[in-house]
Ligand binder design. Structure first.
Ligand code: 8YV
Length: 314
């Protein structure tokens, strides 16, 4: 009899962890690095891992659990999990798609608007008395009616494009293939897309296939009035090239929710006044995180009860 069929691994919110524990007898570790320290009996009884985090979870960690059948990820992006290694071991992977599309798209729009309208400096001016001392904020930049390029027209990219279309923007996009989106313009490569637009919004999936997908050439092709928004993964853009372009005025600015080496992001970002930075909080609303947690739990329960998975990846 399986004593602890579920291993909860990662920095879970207390309520989400308690919900998983109430549903299934479980063990807990802070991350993949602690899995080896579990006793043999626990390791043998684990049949599913509920995972949350961005630390790599590879085949070596999976091999600690001879009866593992599922890794249920908290998040739509599963780039931290080595899915090929999981498949090779007969381990299923699930994620939490769709329930977060609205929030991530909302944040992308917020970043774009905050960047154009200089809202961080505006807040400081109103808050600190600088307004009374020095007068109005320098004029900033109109967002509505401009042209935007979406890199990756998947579920989240589509929600972003729909929102920006309501801001009367011309929608241009790059994706693996052209979509049925009348009035929107498709580009087969990111450099030509960047040349055609004022704003570039990155909505790619993470992982090795999209590493530095937005290259130095693409960043520079955007030009000195260009603004980049990234709500996907820090890996999807050449971050060093982005920092160079921001520091030298090759592009105008950026609104970023994702970075390399989160949460220890490159200190060069903090010295820039042409960026709006967020701590990877795209899905971070009470409503959406709850929906993600419930979907993860549904997948765990389905697996442990021998039912079809709700949102399988492999
Ligand atoms: C994280 C995310 O999952 O869904 C994704 O891919 O990046 C986020 O929603 C969240 O930060 C929890 O780790």
């Amino acid at each position: 009899m399986s004593r602890t069929p579920l291993l909860i691994a990662g920095a879970f919110d207390a309520a989400d962890k308690a919900r998983l524990e109430a549903a299934h007898p479980s063990a807990y570790v802070a991350g993949p690095e602690d899995m080896a320290s579990l006793d043999n009996e626990t390791r043998a009884s684990v049949r599913a891992i509920a995972y949350k985090g961005h630390k790599p979870l590879g085949g070596e960690a999976m091999d600690h659990f001879p009866n593992l059948g599922l890794i249920a990820n908290f998040g739509v992006g599963y780039d931290a999990i080595d899915v090929n290694a999981a498949s090779a071991r007969g381990v299923k992977v699930t994620n939490t798609p769709d329930v977060l599309n609205d929030d991530v798209a909302d944040l992308a729009v917020a970043l774009l608007l905050a960047q154009c309208r200089n809202m961080i400096a505006g807040d400081a001016r109103a808050r600190t008395g600088q307004w009374a001392r020095e007068g109005e904020l320098p004029l900033n930049r109109k967002a509505s009616g401009s042209s935007v390029g979406i890199v990756g027209l998947g579920r989240i990219g589509r929600e972003i494009a729909d929102r920006l279309a309501a801001f009367k923007m011309d929608i241009h996009y790059h994706a693996r293939s052209e979509k049925q989106t009348p009035g929107w313009t498709y580009y087969a490569d990111v450099v030509s897309l960047a040349q055609a637009v004022d704003f570039l919004v990155i909505a790619l999936v993470g992982g090795p296939a999209t590493e530095k997908y937005v290259t130095r050439d693409a960043i520079e092709a955007l030009g000195p009035r260009g603004v980049i928004v990234n709500i996907s993964r820090g890996t999807t853009i050449d971050e060093a090239a982005l920092l160079d372009a921001l520091e030298t005025g090759k592009i105008a600015g950026a609104g970023l929710d994702v970075f390399l080496n989160e949460p220890n992001i490159d200190p060069r970002f903090a010295a820039l006044d042409n960026v709006v930075l967020q701590p990877h909080q795209g899905s971070g609303t009470v409503e959406t995180r709850r929906a993600m947690a419930l979907l993860q739990l549904e997948n765990v329960t389905a697996h442990l009860e021998g039912q079809p998975l709700i949102t399988p990846v492999n």
